[in-house]
Design a protein around this ligand. Structure first.
Ligand code: GP9
Ligand code: MN
Length: 728
């Protein structure tokens, strides 16, 4: 035993041994941080395995650099320095995470004043006794050197050997990257969330990735010229359309409740799923809203997202600008860019309070930073809701019924009028997450599991929505609110569509890109309780048109804002739907998709366009190109920072914090006294949470069954009475 210890100490006394010892220390501390301080949201064993290996490649690369140094003193000094840097990154993040549930990025580190403002109390208060673990290694090393148990190695390390260490670490990093891409394809190009990158590649690699991102975006931003905004203004002046006086201000001053219907496609509306000769209405509640005269519904509304998926739809809906051609605007620019989003506009002009409710981790799609730029006062993410378990959640967050239930205790505390957004998630790929009593809605019978499950999760979303509406009605919020609903993007991807075809009474063999284009339709509905002018509009539009439409319904003049969409209720709407992939578009006459041109009405392909068709199509193409390029110049150049004529104040993000929000809401209630307009206050300081009831699928079926049973016995009794009367 003693001998083995001596050999070990001998190894540590060599330069390479010393480097490896520090690497092991670093690895242990990383594991500690991953387990104790960070919440990496690990979903499976594979991801756990990735966290296990990811400190090694970059750790070795870094610590191995000192091996190139010949001079003994210099070698050890540099080695300590490198080790200190790795440790600082780790420890600073561990402390930062306690307050922000996120990792330090170049941007947050640069804006140190913002960070410390957000920290509230000093960082010292965030230290925990067990943080001593992070410095335990220093004591061990000092002890070993003092007692001369290990010694400094004066022999320089061979150059080739140093190079071999570097090469090995680069190779290990490539393997790590490869394994990470298997778990999450397009990890680095789409970004998703800082947590995803850290858990796959480790902290130093994340910092490198973030540094590169920041450099790229800053470069374009710093080159952007203030004059460019004039060009944008001119476009907006020519492009925006006047509101329809019939509907302008029809919902003025009401609360706005936006509900993001995850992966919800238009074809689900009024759809009956046929299974074994029986028909099942998939979304009965949403259908009732869609067909109601209290709702403005849109039958030809298209999503316009690209790689940023949900986050792109949020950008479009909240700001009337496009996401990026590559990656996610939220991830790359959203946390820094000046924006003119719905929450900020409504706060500034009409005194609205705003919040987002979402059952996933707040860092996903960089929301915790972006929402501040959009002007959201509060963001109730998963950390404010029930602890996720196997039964109440899946990899993208809490089940919708739980998310709505857990939101109410915050919603009722918000001053009215409010602008709130609820982001549902249960109807998300792979559509296989219903468990227990929620199971039972029939699965479709195709060869594709994903398609088969889609209807059941959509049905779940439908009943979650109904439960939430019932709560709104019971609590009284319903009557002075409007509810806006939109599908964010397709749920079934184009590659699966041929398998979906038979369910849509189409033929898989003759399925075309025209059909694919038409399946990019998603619902858009503005439900205004008590209003009776609603109808199903066939106007062609897209997510970019949502904000001007909504603002006009609320009686807010949108002309001063830089918005690239057109009010869908305006008779002047030009009905050109630009897809984010250049060259793809839909209008009532033409559909261009994947390089092919079709007649929109019939789906017939136009292979030999005549002169006038060509002219019309080219004009549309130019219009869509211009719309995209104007959007890109705004987004990548951060041009709204130069725009001063909006009449609203830019958001001061340093005043927004997403921690301890319930306390903040209560404090406002208290300071407002009897002027407080929160539901809680107007309800004589009584909570309304018990008014929310969301029965499971099984329960609903049981109730329905007992209802039909009683009504049929009643029928039998009635008919027997009849016969009794009729018979002599
Ligand atoms: C996760 C959710 C999903 O928080 O919004 O985003 P998506 O994968 O649809 O882009
Ligand atoms: Mn989505």
């Amino acid at each position: 035993m003693k001998k083995q210890l001596q050999t070990l100490l001998k190894i540590i006394s060599t330069r390479l041994g010393f480097v490896l010892t520090l690497l092991i220390f670093y690895w242990i501390k990383s594991m500690w941080a991953y387990q104790i301080d960070f919440n990496l949201g690990l979903e499976n064993f594979y991801q756990l395995f990735l966290t296990f290996i990811n400190p090694i490649p970059v750790g070795l690369l870094f610590l191995g650099l000192a091996l190139y140094i010949k001079n003994t003193k210099l070698f050890y000094t540099l080695e300590y320095l490198l080790y200190a840097i790795l440790n600082m990154i780790l420890i600073a993040n561990a402390i930062y995470f306690r307050e922000f549930s996120d990792f330090i990025t170049i941007t947050t580190a640069m804006a140190s004043s913002k960070v410390s403002a957000g920290l509230g109390s000093s960082a010292i208060n965030l230290l925990r006794p067990w943080d001593l673990f992070y410095v335990l290694d220093i004591f061990i090393l000092v002890y070993l050197f003092r007692k001369q148990l290990i010694k400094k190695d004066t022999r320089p390390f061979a150059k080739q050997a140093s190079f071999a260490v570097t090469s090995l670490s680069v190779m290990l990093f490539s393997v790590n990257l490869f394994l990470a891409e298997i778990d999450r394809p397009e990890l680095l190009s789409r970004g998703f969330s800082n947590t995803y990158v850290v858990r796959a590649l480790g902290l130093p690699a994340f910092l490198g990735y973030d540094g590169n991102q920041t450099y790229q975006t800053q470069k374009v931003r710093s080159e952007a010229k203030p004059e460019k905004i004039e060009e944008v203004k001119e476009y907006v002046n020519q492009h925006a359309v006047a509101a329809n006086p019939d509907y302008y201000g029809i919902a003025q001053g009401r609360n706005v409740i936006v509900i993001h219907l995850e992966s919800f496609q238009q074809f689900l509306i009024n759809y009956q799923l046929k299974v074994d000769e029986k028909e099942y209405e998939v979304t009965p509640f949403i259908n009732s809203l869609y067909n109601s005269n209290q709702t403005f519904s849109f039958a030809n509304f298209f999503h316009q997202v690209k790689a940023g998926k949900t986050s792109d739809s949020e950008t479009l809906i909240e700001t009337s600008l496009f996401g990026l051609n590559q990656g996610s605007f939220f991830v790359q620019y959203g946390g820094d860019n000046t924006q003119q989003a719905a929450p900020q506009i409504l706060a500034d002009l009409e005194g609205y309070t705003s919040a987002v409710f979402h059952g996933n981790n707040g860092t996903f799609w960089n929301r915790n930073n972006v929402y501040k730029q959009l002007g959201y006062n509060y963001f109730f993410d998963q950390s404010y809701m029930s602890k996720p378990t196997k039964d109440n959640s899946f990899q993208y967050g809490l089940n919708d019924k739980v998310m709505f239930a857990d939101s109410i205790k915050y919603l009722e505390r918000m001053q009215q009028p409010f602008y709130t957004k609820f982001i549902t998630v249960s109807n998300h790929y792979p559509y296989q997450n219903l468990t227990g009593d929620e199971k039972g809605f029939p699965l479709a019978k195709t060869d594709d599991e994903t398609i088969n499950g889609y209807f059941a999760t959509a049905n779940y979303l439908d009943s979650a929505l109904e439960a939430f509406f019932n709560y709104l009605k019971a609590s009284g919020l319903y009557d002075n609110s409007i509810i806006v609903m939109y599908g964010d993007h397709y749920g079934i991807s184009n590659s699966r569509n041929p398998d979906l075809a038979p369910l849509l009474d189409k033929n898989s063999e003759t399925w075309t890109d025209y059909d694919n284009a038409m399946l990019q339709r998603v619902p858009y509905m503005i439900h205004i309780p008590g209003m009776d002018k609603g109808f199903v509009s066939s106007t062609f539009g897209g997510e970019i048109d949502a904000l001007p439409t909504l603002l006009h319904v609320l009686g807010i003049d949108s002309r001063n804002f830089i918005q690239l969409g057109q009010d869908l209720l305006s008779p002047d709407n030009q009905q050109i739907v630009t897809f984010r992939t250049s060259g793809n578009f839909v209008t009532p006459d033409y559909t261009s998709y994947s390089g092919k041109l079709y007649k929109t009405e019939t789906g017939e392909e136009i292979t030999n366009p005549d002169e006038s068709t060509l002219e019309a199509v080219n004009a549309i193409k130019e219009a869509t190109k211009l719309q995209l390029s104007i959007s890109d110049s705004i987004q990548t150049g951060d041009l709204l920072r130069f725009y001063k004529d909006s009449g609203i104040e830019p958001v001061d993000t340093s005043t927004i914090s997403y921690t301890k929000s319930l306390d903040a809401l209560k404090a406002i209630e208290k300071s407002m006294g009897n002027k407080s307009t929160s539901l809680y206050s107007t309800n004589s300081n009584k909570s309304t949470t018990s008014l929310y009831q969301a029965p499971s699928y099984l329960k609903i079926q049981e109730t329905l069954a007992s209802l039909t049973a009683t009504s049929s016995t009643e029928l039998i009794e009635e008919s027997s009475i009849d016969t009794q009367v009729e018979s002599p």
